[in-house]
Design a protein around this ligand. Structure first.
Ligand code: SAH
Length: 266
């Protein structure tokens, strides 16, 4: 088969939840795609913009249920492109932030499939912004890091440099870390982060059901347990969390809307 008969693959960031947070370029591509291969954390409202005849393929990996393997996903993408289709590989947040775009793009390259990567708004910046926690602030934080918070089940992957991380970066944002929160807390304390450092967990950030829980490095594990707080959530560690007291605009607005609706019903 000749190259030019192949379709192209676009890795597109769908944003963190609020469908309005996809890029203009990303949305245009959804409208053009012949095949949309989408993940679990993609807001499915975005799929309504796809062509009626576009093939929609769900490739979600659920933490608790049997799911599609990475190899199968790679194969689906390449197979569709080899058939000449324009493939939109839609990923939650930004495809290059814990989105495995590296592996999928490499697989495309190995099969002579051309691709583009369209970045998206990642959960770490978006959920925090909606929770009233700017990641940087002139007095409270001049650096931030995004960190994979889960422990890999296969024991592979790079172990986090906790010693460096605990004190060198002002604001830490952990993805996929809710289950592993006790270990994260332990490691940060062990390596010198102050016990009174504020911590927030934001669940379903930028969605209508966004929920936030705040504590300190010493008591956050207890609080999360009491509230039975679950993923998908990000964990933010650092003094910028203090800003939320004044800046929690989104949840306040949701609350106001709820009260308004109730008043109308009464
Ligand atoms: N590529 C995605 C991250 C995928 S890893 C991005 O850039 O956002 C999946 C993890 O992202 C979840 O375990 C959770 O920690 C985080 N996450 C994704 N969407 C989220 C949301 N709406 N609110 C809070 N955390 C979210």
């Amino acid at each position: 088969m000749m190259d030019h008969q192949f379709g192209k693959v676009f890795f597109v960031g769908a944003g963190p939840g609020d469908p309005g947070l996809i890029t203009v370029k990303g949305l245009e591509l959804i409208k053009r795609g012949d095949v949309i291969v989408y993940d679990r954390l993609v807001n499915t409202e975005l799929l309504q913009y796809a062509k009626k005849e576009a093939k929609r393929i769900y490739c979600g990996k659920s933490p608790n249920a049997p799911s599609v393997s990475q190899e199968e996903i790679n194969e689906v993408i390449v197979r569709e492109a080899q058939r000449g289709k324009t493939v939109i590989r839609l990923k939650g947040g930004d495809p290059a932030v814990f989105g495995r775009v590296g592996e999928e793009a490499e697989y495309c390259r190995n099969h002579q499939i051309v691709f583009e990567i369209v970045p998206g708004v990642t959960a770490g910046t978006a959920a925090t912004a909606y929770a009233g926690i700017p990641l940087t602030h002139r007095e409270l934080g001049s650096s931030f890091a995004v960190v994979a918070g889960q422990k890999r089940r296969d024991g592979k992957g790079k172990e986090i440099n906790w010693k460096g991380l605990a004190t060198a970066v002002d604001t830490l944002v952990f993805y996929m870390g809710v289950k592993n929160l006790p270990y994260i807390q332990e490691q940060l304390l062990l390596h010198g982060r102050a016990a009174d450092t504020p911590v927030a967990l934001i669940r379903w950030g930028t969605c209508e059901n966004q929920e936030t829980i705040v504590g300190s490095l010493s008591d956050i594990v207890e609080r999360v347990k009491e509230a039975a707080f679950q993923s998908p959530a990000i964990i933010v560690v650092g003094d910028v969390v203090k800003l939320r007291k004044k800046l929690a605009w989104f949840e306040e607005e949701n609350h106001r809307q709820t009260l308004l609706k109730e008043a109308i019903i009464i």
